[in-house]
Design a binder for this molecule. Structure first.
Ligand code: NAD
Length: 260
């Protein structure tokens, strides 16, 4: 027992020599996760849907880490196999997968369009399943790996005007547990982060409405919205050896929202 206690050190949080895939890692929360993992020592493979990646490249290379960008529309499952193959060709392994890419489309339930339902479910839930399954096959051979999914307050609550978003984020909670149960024996841990309200493009329409902004902010015990920087510590922890006995959990980082 004493020797195990002596063995623990802050090096358990280091990601030196690790390779991490972050989907949507060029903007918002995903950019914060990618930079956090790079600061902890990982090389990055970033899946982008858009061309805005110069800033992220600079931020990661400043940490002395390698970064590679791969363009893919993840809502089309045909694109996922090529992504994993490209990461393996670039780095030879996958230690960490952060399933961050996500979208939200707002409309009242009775008017909700089929194409909007499909677009949100395809990206927020189906792509996470397909990409995680492929990455898990690589990790199972390696006998180690970390998959980090991005849940939401709407993994716990219902919300309004976002039916597929809520459904997909509840699905993420279930998928996290299902994968954790089957993959634990291969030394793979799957956990999820549930951010509270964060200032990103995703939430810009809410923040542009002063009444809605004040209503939400007044309900957050921390008294403010998060920024991507508030989520950087937890992603490093969940990607590192320090969390090896954590599996199948959803960690809320919400300024106290759920405790209210
Ligand atoms: P964001 O809009 O900045 O990021 C979304 C990312 O997904 C972008 O990088 C975008 O390029 C990528 N993306 C969108 N469509 C894609 C597609 N078809 N294929 C591949 N990539 C695609 O918003 P964000 O707030 O940083 O969201 C990141 C994640 O965090 C999402 O899963 C979101 O649901 C979740 N989240 C956000 C909040 C919040 O308050 N902002 C709260 C809880 C959870």
């Amino acid at each position: 027992m004493t020797s195990a206690l002596n063995e623990f050190s802050l090096d358990f949080f280091s990601l030196a020599g690790k390779v991490a895939i972050v989907t949507g890692g060029n903007t918002g929360l995903g950019q914060g996760y990618a930079v956090a993992l790079a600061k902890a020592g990982a090389d990055l493979f970033i899946v982008t849907h858009g061309t805005n990646w110069e800033e992220t490249k600079e931020l990661i290379e400043k940490e002395g880490r390698r970064v590679s960008f791969y363009q893919a529309d993840l809502s089309n499952r045909e694109n996922i196999k090529g992504l994993v193959e490209n990461c393996l060709a670039t780095y030879g392994k996958i230690d960490i997968l952060v399933n961050n890419a996500g979208t939200i489309r707002r409309a009242p339930l009775l008017e909700y369009k089929e194409e909007d339902w499909d677009a949100v479910m395809d990206l927020n839930l189906n792509s996470v399943y397909y990409l995680s399954q492929l990455a898990a096959k690589v990790m199972a051979e390696q006998k180690s790996g970390k998959i980090i999914n991005i849940a939401s307050m709407l993994s716990y609550q219902g919300g309004k005007f976002v039916p597929p978003y809520t459904t997909s984020k509840h699905g993420i909670a279930g998928l996290t547990k299902a994968f954790a149960n089957e993959l634990a024996e291969y030394g793979i841990q799957i956990n999820a982060i549930a951010p509270g309200y964060v200032e990103t493009k995703n939430t810009a329409p809410i923040r542009e409405n002063p009444e809605r902004l004040a209503e939400i902010t007044s309900r957050i015990p921390a008294g403010r919205w998060a920024t991507p920087a508030d989520l950087m510590g937890v992603v490093v922890f969940l990607a590192s050896r320090a969390s090896d006995y954590m599996n199948g959990h959803i960690v809320a980082v919400d300024g106290g929202w759920l405790a209210r």
